[in-house]
Design a binder for this molecule. Sequence first.
Ligand code: GLV
Length: 328
Amino acid sequence: MMKPVVFVTRRIPEVGLSPVREACQMRLWEGELPPPKDVLLREVADCDGLLCLLTDPIDAEVIAAGARLRVISQMAVGVDNIDLKAATARGIPVGHTPGVLTEATADFTFALLMAAARRVPEGVDYVRAGKWRTWEPMGLLGMDIWQATLGIIGLGRIGAAVARRARGFAMRILYYDPARRPDLEAELGVEYAELDDLLAQSDFVTLHCPLNAETYHLIDERALRRMKPTAILINAARGPVVDTAALVRALSEGWIRAAALDVTDPEPIPPDHPLVSLPNCVVVPHIASATVATRERMATMAAENLLAGLRGERLPYCANPDVYTARA
Ligand code: GLV
């Protein structure tokens, strides 16, 4: 029997690649950067399966070009780069990798929060520049984390994991989510707040919502102006949840104190962008899930979803489950 043809859009950890190589006729894009759109369109044309990353625009055009496509499997939890509607309309299930990156991402959210609050990158730059000549009573003063108020926007898996860590810092924890979570309110001692109240009361505002029409530019000028001038914004969700131009002004003009961003809009952010040179902005290159073990679990899960789809089985982790009901 002919093995199914699969296009993998970048080299991923070997634990994910080897089962795909074994079961399929695998074509791997070896570039360091994502395949250009014309390559994607060409490759997908005769593929049964696609294993992609969040950097690949899997839009309606790509989905339409994949005339034989039976499954799309993304090695990420967020799928905002994929036109789920177009995939569902074609009966193509889309796999993703929820759960396995929750703890690594929550850990990293705290790394960002603490780096910005305690000015760690500025301290590193200071030492590297040879400016450390004595202990300074008022040098590099930051903000307290212990017992501060944390506002979590989006209390899903990652938001809840961040709340669990915040309890260890005796933080007061507010959350905003379109879905009230009485179970987590009881378990984690988190308090529900309307978005405006959360913004006004929090010392740290951290974003853990998916990017969609409702959350695009959720943190805009109005939201930033509601925050305390001492507040710090953390984004480990998706760049476009924040209005970048408004954030540049907020940080330059002191509407808020600092920001720490794992994700940006645009992404990648050019090195000469104002956000990169602002001393009160910590920017890192979308690495919240970047641990050896987490990326291996993500690759394994992406392979499992892909192979299940090629066998005609239900994907273990499907981002558009209505594809199954729509077909029935
Ligand atoms: C990373 O951003 C992911 O969605 O997995």
